[in-house]
Unconditional design. Structure first.
Length: 652
């Protein structure tokens, strides 16, 4: 990771000390760009001497009075580091500033800005005991608008790939082109969060020549007001500012009731030729946690009976884990009759020092001699080789089980060890199910499901011109973001390619609740093709796991109410365009499709938007999930949100 340190130069009196703080960094992962912007003679002489040195990590430019914002733009357009670190010519960095800011950026890849604390020094460089006049805390929002625009200051690094998506550094000509720092914060937070590093990594010099002293407090307040109004317009927020001083207050501008003609539908599509086969309890939520069954050798056999026979399948995915590298063969035997002792077919997966932690293992299943044979039960055995030293665990889900806290990987490992010490010798009790998924080859299955989805949207009043199917081999998050950029209407509906609208009046009902609840995002109840509930009234459980309420229950109208919720699945979700403009859309760090929708909802809620569940209307979901990165996505989700659990309650 390379950091571009960028310094517009006006004053020469403290420039040497500033440059020494850069050259003395404990990290070598920096490049320094300097622009003499029509400053004093001393500063020009210093830069001319540096230019003659031809230091490989320093580039020097000369110009005449661009102003601070234009000078920063000039430097950022010519540098190339992964991050931009703006520095003033009279301030200094601590020796470990680059190291610590880089490490924080690695820890918080969801952040567009990493901001640390600053201290204060006098003209001679003596540390001053004084409070910062700017807050150092998370930003505050109202309906997508930042209320505390003055909550910013040096030092901070900017993720370049996000900076390049903005209009860049901009200031106010009448104020020496200042205001660029506050402005860039508002632009960047529309794409990613602002992360805080609670350490002093920068010293701000109190001197009579500093720009803030020159332009005065009234100029700063005027710039903040103008940036606020400009930001409301850019984010498309139905708000107006109602006071002149910070923190700003806003009120909603009365809006009309939307119609379905104002909806654009975005559908991410990934073509596949597999169909998932439902079994006794159709795939439990990955966010739930049950028990484990230890497989330590040939005598340790897990057996699961199906009350409804399973037809021939081509692939099986089983959730397994281990506390260390596992070597051997995992074998699954399929039986056609509950009393049979001879399997109709066996499938195997070789493990060669694989460290399996909460992972779906994919196992190809050979074809039986007859395609008419069905499976009544299966048995799973692990045959360890001689060097194997660890148990392989099968994950079991039980109805009404009390979930175990696995908010992070270390907690999961602790849980595994606690379960293993209980000497689990007996097969799971009746009513428990193996965490697995069954698939069979089905040419054009997902494309046929997509066609069914499109037809149901048309019947619900959505025209073909308003539907954007994004078919790229990339994550669902990336496909959804791309679809948003192609669309233009004030409302966006995200829909999975395997969802089917049942009620032609679905969108009218959703939009009425969007208005009556004064919400910004709304979604229906989701059911399976068998009529069971897939997701109703989403919530987070006591362990802060995202849960779809009613999973696996028969739909007897028990969840046919409407309520505010902390998150919704993107199976079908309608939202106002300003939610995207104020948050930057979906985080493309998520692989495939898992947890990116919960993440997006929490990000929207952190910006002051409201979410509503509407149980009075249901859509059908065929659940053609084609993602095996559940653990990776969940681990990233936990790191992202574990310190903001207040958002997991819809009332906060």
């Amino acid at each position: 990771m390379m950091i571009s340190i960028e310094i517009p130069v006006i004053k020469g009196g403290w420039l040497t000390r500033c440059l020494e703080s850069v050259l003395g960094q404990t990290s070598a992962d920096w490049r320094l760009s300097l622009l003499w912007d029509g400053g004093d003679e001393l500063s020009r002489n210093i830069l001319e001497n540096i230019k003659r040195m031809e230091h490989p990590s320093i580039t020097v430019y000369f110009h005449e009075r661009l102003g601070i914002a234009n000078a920063r733009r000039f430097l950022s357009e010519r540098s190339s580091g992964d991050f931009i670190l703006p520095v003033d010519d009279d301030d200094i960095l601590t020796r470990d500033a680059v190291d610590k800011l880089s490490a924080a950026a690695e820890r918080m890849p969801w952040c567009g800005i990493i901001r640390a604390r600053r201290g204060f020094i006098d003209e001679q460089g003596n540390i001053l005991d004084m409070q910062d006049w700017f807050p150092f805390e998370p930003r505050h929002y109202y309906c997508g608008m930042t209320s505390d625009l003055f909550n910013h200051s040096h030092p901070y690094i900017i993720r370049r790939c996000l900076y390049e998506r903005t209009s860049g550094w901009e200031g106010f000509p009448e104020y020496l082109y200042a205001g660029e720092d506050c402005d860039i914060f508002t632009k960047l937070e529309e794409y990613a969060d602002i992360g805080l590093l609670d350490e002093i990594l920068y010293y701000y010099r109190i001197n009579p020549q500093r720009t803030s002293k020159t332009i005065g407090n009234q100029a700063a307040e005027d710039m903040w007001r103008r940036i606020a109004d400009k930001t409301i317009k850019r984010r498309g927020l139905p708000l107006k500012r109602i006071n002149d001083g910070q923190p700003f207050r806003f009120e909603r501008v009365t809006t009309k009731v939307f119609s379905k003609e104002e909806i654009d539908v975005v559908i991410p599509f990934w073509d596949a030729h597999e169909e998932e086969i439902p079994y006794d309890f159709n795939r439990p939520s990955v966010s739930t946690f049950g028990d484990m069954y230890a497989l330590g050798g040939p005598k340790k056999v897990y057996r699961q009976v199906f009350y409804s026979p399973i037809p021939p399948i081509d692939r099986l995915e089983i959730v397994c884990s281990s506390d260390g590298p596992v070597s051997g063969v995992l074998e699954v035997a399929f039986f056609s009759d509950k009393k049979s002792t001879s399997p109709m077919v066996t499938a195997q997966r070789e493990l060669n020092d694989d460290h399996v932690v909460f992972k779906f293992l994919s196992i190809p299943v050979p074809k039986p001699q007859s395609d008419t044979l069905t499976c009544s039960h299966l048995e799973i055995t692990f045959f360890p080789d001689l060097k194997n030293a660890h148990l392989l665990m099968l994950h079991i889900w039980k109805k009404n089980i009390t979930d175990v806290n696995v908010m992070n990987l270390s907690a999961l490992k602790t849980t595994l060890l606690n379960v293993w010490t209980k000497k689990m010798k007996n097969p799971p009790i009746n009513g428990s199910y193996l965490w697995m998924r069954m698939f069979r080859h089905s040419p054009n299955y997902t494309r046929n499901r997509l066609e069914c989805c499109l037809q149901s949207l048309n019947k619900a009043g959505i025209s073909e011109a308003s539907i954007y199917v994004i078919e790229k081999k990339q994550s669902c998050a990336a496909n959804r973001n791309q679809g948003v950029h192609q669309s233009s209407k004030p409302l966006i509906c995200f829909a999975d390619d395997d969802v089917e609208i049942i009620n032609p009046n679905t969108f009218n009902i959703l939009l009425e609740k969007l208005h009556s609840f004064k919400a910004d995002m709304v979604g229906p109840k989701i059911i399976t093709p068998l009529g069971l509930i897939f997701c109703a009234d989403p919530y987070f459980n006591e362990e802060f796991m995202p849960h779809p309420r009613g999973l696996g229950e028969s739909d007897n109208s028990q969840y046919d109410y409407s309520s505010r919720v902390p998150w919704l699945p993107t199976t079908l979700m309608v939202l106002k365009r300003e939610v995207i403009l104020a948050t930057g859309g979906f985080d493309e760090q998520y692989i495939g499709s898992q947890h990116e929708d919960v993440d997006f909802c929490l990000k929207a809620r952190s910006r002051g938007f409201q979410i509503c569940y509407v149980g009075g209307v249901a859509v059908k979901h065929y659940n053609c999930s084609r993602n095996s990165k559940h653990h990776e996505n969940y681990d990233y989700f936990v790191k992202r949100w574990e310190k903001q659990r207040n958002l997991f309650d819809w009332q906060t």
